[in-house]
Design a protein. Sequence first.
Length: 400
Amino acid sequence: MSAVSEDNADPGTILVALGEDYPEIRASVRRICAGFPMEYWRELDAREGYPLEFVRALTESGFLSALIPAEYGGADLPLRAASVILEEIHACGCSATACHAQMYIMGTLLRHGSVEQKKRWLPGIASGELRLQAFGVTEPSTGSDTTKLKTRAVRRGDRYIVNGQKVWTSRALHSDLMLLLARTTALDQVRRKTDGLSVFVVDIREARGKSLEIRPLKAMVNHNATEVFFDDMEVPAGNLIGEEGKGFRYILDGLNAERVLAASESIGDGRWFVGKATSYAADRVVFDRPIGQNQGIQFPIARAHCEIEAADMMVRRAAALFGANRDCGAEANMARLLAAEAAWHAAEATVQTYGGFGFAREYDIERRWREARVPLVAPISVNLILAYVAQHVLGMPRAY
């Protein structure tokens, strides 16, 4: 285990493993990734394709069901183990963004769904028969101000009628189910703005082409982003997760795990960049000396390495607190920010190290540089994390 609270230790003590914890998982992930070299990802990026073969390999390995309990066919692993899986995927130069949501979106269903709902969907998600990797939250007119989203779900008998639009809903074209956040009570009719929002499981297979339209959204990175439109879409009342009107808190309940997992990907990205930059700096000779001998090249790489190591410790701390059922909101958010910035600084240092070749597609630096920029903005902006820390950790006035 990467983090445990031991019986013979102080009840408040939480242990965090250092070094390469879960070595068997890391080795297994590396073996899978070895079958998907850079050429595979380069070709997908060029045609904006979906890594179906890679997703299938991860599914068959059981890694995407890491956090699903064994009673539903999952691997029943702790958050730290799932974190290691994603870190290693990205450290190998591969990308889990096409399927990582399969790991954590089901958390809302697992924690707040009924027994019938969990039996209905979780085994299929665990086996890969069902893909739940689309999360319909963000809207074009409200952005991060989630409480003002305009998608409405109105109850009529045993069904809800949904109308509205979502944007930046990644993987919707490659998912069977979608977790949807919609307003069931108008904003001007609730006591608190976080009330009146509800969570539904939408069967994309049934609704698409009828009352559900999905359009690809061209973007700087190949994350299979889409826009989703709902036109009198019918959702069975049995697909409502938990209680009507409490969806916002259900969504928040899963964000700490998502923050930790996303931060782990950035740690992996950072390690990949530092490895590439270090190797190239040692081999590239200009003015009769390796460029890595120059401090102007050395220092940015060394600093990026330091930042990655520091961010990694915060990721481990957040995962340890989560595993011990302790409050980890501050740590999860700080881990997300530190890891995203560390990976970006590593990406920048690597481009500078490669010089002109950093822009050549055959070296894969420019592609991964583009991908490393995303976590500073999505799924949460680092500015919102700073606002959270200012208010909830430092006790400063609320910013928004």
